[in-house]
Design a protein around this ligand. Structure first.
Ligand code: 1GP
Length: 219
């Protein structure tokens, strides 16, 4: 479950995140993220009784909040703007170097497949077909030795052929899918292909439907 610091958390979210088949709560977003709204959301989730893994996915250097269980660092493999591949990360390391708990940092090889999403526009991500996606995955797994690849369709349900191609080509890299999941059929179609499914927008757009999704998902 990914929660956005720039959005108002509906009451149902507290029930949802405490269900057995929600593995973790990731706090992160692309637009309007700052330290105050990120810290407030993290506090809200903990106060809401969530005792599972609580992770911040960092997209803004100024918004790094200590005290979470881990920090996920997206490295946007298909970014047209090199900032999101290396420069933002270098800047953050220079700034926080002695404060970083490296044992709690997890790199995400990010593959932004919806170029019209906020993250797609921000990073100026290049178009990705299934062959590209497989090559990026092998690059992440075999060359960069990144532990996790995240197929990000943020806002739209993705191309299952692309996800299946990546799923068949990867060896051990942890495969995450996120984007546009609104129905049990979508969830159940993508879940067998990947290790982790992320749901985000539906929690805000239609909390009741998000609740149903989590309820009917058997994992
Ligand atoms: C966003 O992958 C997540 O980073 C989830 O996508 O918001 O479209 O569910 P949605």
């Amino acid at each position: 479950m990914k929660l956005d610091p720039d959005k108002c958390l509906p009451e149902e979210a507290f029930w949802i995140i405490n269900q057995r088949n929600v593995d973790a709560v990731v706090v992160g977003g692309t637009l309007g993220v700052n330290y105050d709204n990120t810290e407030a959301l993290i506090r809200l989730v903990r106060r809401g009784g969530f005792n599972g893994p609580l992770v911040q996915e960092i997209s803004v250097e100024d918004a790094v909040v200590p005290g979470v269980d881990a920090h996920f660092i997206p490295v946007v493999l298909n970014a047209g703007d090199k900032k999101w591949l290396v420069d933002a990360h270098l800047g953050a390391i220079k700034r926080y170097r002695d404060l970083i708990r490296w044992d709690r940092v997890l790199t995400e090889g990010y593959l932004v497949c919806n170029r019209d999403s906020a993250v797609g526009r921000l990073t100026r991500s290049s178009r990705v077909n299934p062959e590209d996606a497989v090559a990026y995955t092998l690059l992440a797994e075999e060359v960069y030795r990144i532990p996790l690849i995240y197929i990000e369709y943020s806002g739209v349900f993705g191309d299952l052929d692309l996800v299946a191609a990546v799923s068949g080509a990867r060896k051990n890299i942890h495969l995450v899918y996120g984007g546009g999941i609104k129905t049990p059929a979508q969830l159940n179609a993508v879940a067998p292909l990947v290790d982790t499914v992320v749901i985000g927008n539906i929690v805000y757009e239609n909390p009741g439907q998000a609740r149903e999704l989590v309820e009917c998902f058997k994992g």
